[in-house]
Ligand binder design. Structure first.
Ligand code: GLV
Length: 331
């Protein structure tokens, strides 16, 4: 069975593919994505594809790769793949949940702390040589301890952020389309009051709002101009999920007019492009999609993506199937 790996990935993934019997692995060994045409050319004979969130896997691609049976995305998010088109064609899509939860929750907190405590501005000041020493009014930021964190989405990553918030003495409330079953791990005795609230209440009453929902047509611009206007002027927005959950142009306008205090962003609407004016703002901390970027986590993601691919090609069922209905479509 032929499989194609779309870009250079951590060695754990390649080792897992090499250990599988009956696979003929080819790969793009560059640390640079392929163009859509190059990706089609390279995948045309493949039954399995291991791809990344930067690869757009749409209906055109699938039509041009008729042998494809499994698409293994090395990411928990899979909005880069047209899953309905895959299901119609009997192509199983898999993802890598779980292994990146801790790393992404850590980065969420890094951004939350950095934007509240004006770390980016302070770093730029020190590096510029313009720092003249400690001052009682210098770079005063927002308090974190004791403040209310509003989580939009309470899946694995939202819960892991809630656990970290308990350690910072924060109050936590969340909005989710579903009430999340009590989970002793994410709802520890030290922080028993994690409340489910309506989105409007969350936006109006939180000191920090952090997004942890998947991107799909229903969550497109979930944070739009009107909802940004509900935030407190002292509030901060954190996004480590997917850029298009936020209307980035509206966010820039809201930040420029101090409708909120700041934003910590890891993801962007048209990655890697930024909305006009965003990079010029001082009250933002901008990271280049680093949520899962630790050696350990990326190694685990690569290994899991490879294992998902091998198991699915061998007809073994596993919990990381995104569209199990695809299997019913197969003859
Ligand atoms: C990263 O953004 C992922 O979805 O894994």
């Amino acid at each position: 069975m032929k499989v194609f790996v779309s870009r250079s990935i951590p060695p754990e993934g390649l080792t897992a593919l090499e250990a599988a019997t009956g696979l003929e692995v080819s790969r793009n060994s560059q640390d640079q994505g392929l163009s859509p045409a190059e990706l089609i050319k390279a995948s045309q004979e493949a039954e399995g594809l291991l791809c990344l969130l930067t690869d757009k896997i749409d209906a055109n691609f699938m039509a041009a790769c008729p042998k494809l049976k499994v698409i293994s995305n090395m990411a928990v998010g899979f909005n880069n793949i047209e899953v309905e088109a895959a299901t119609r064609r009997g192509i199983l899509v898999t993802n890598t949940p779980g292994v990146l939860t801790g790393a992404t929750a850590d980065l969420t907190f890094a951004l939350l702390l950095a934007v509240a405590r004006r770390l980016g501005e302070g770093e730029r000041l020190v590096r510029s040589g313009g720092w003249e020493g400690w001052g009682p009014l210098q770079l005063l930021g927002g308090e974190v301890s004791g403040k209310t964190l509003g989580l939009i989405g309470m899946g694995r990553i939202g819960k892991a952020v809630a656990r970290r918030a308990a350690g910072f003495d924060m109050k936590v409330q969340y909005y989710s389309r579903h009430r999340v079953a009590p989970d002793p791990e994410s709802d520890p005795a030290s922080n028993p009051a994690i409340r489910l609230v309506e989105l409007e209440e969350l936006l109006r009453t939180s000191d920090f709002v952090s997004l942890h929902a998947p991107y799909n047509p229903e969550t497109h611009h979930l944070i739009n101009a009107e909802r940004l206007s509900w935030l407190k002027p002292s509030a901060y927005l954190i996004n480590t999920s997917r850029g298009p959950l936020v209307d980035e142009t509206a966010l820039v306008a809201a930040l420029q007019t101090q409708k909120l205090a700041g934003a910590g962003l890891d993801v962007y609407e048209l990655e890697p492009k930024l909305a006009e004016g965003l990079a010029e703002l001082e009250n933002v901390v901008l990271a280049p999609h680093l949520g899962s970027a630790t050696h350990q986590t990326r190694g685990e993601m690569a290994r899991l993506a490879a294992t998902n691919l091998v198991q699915s090609l061998q007809g073994q069922r596993h919990p990381n199937e995104v569209n199990p209905a695809a299997l019913d479509k197969r003859a």
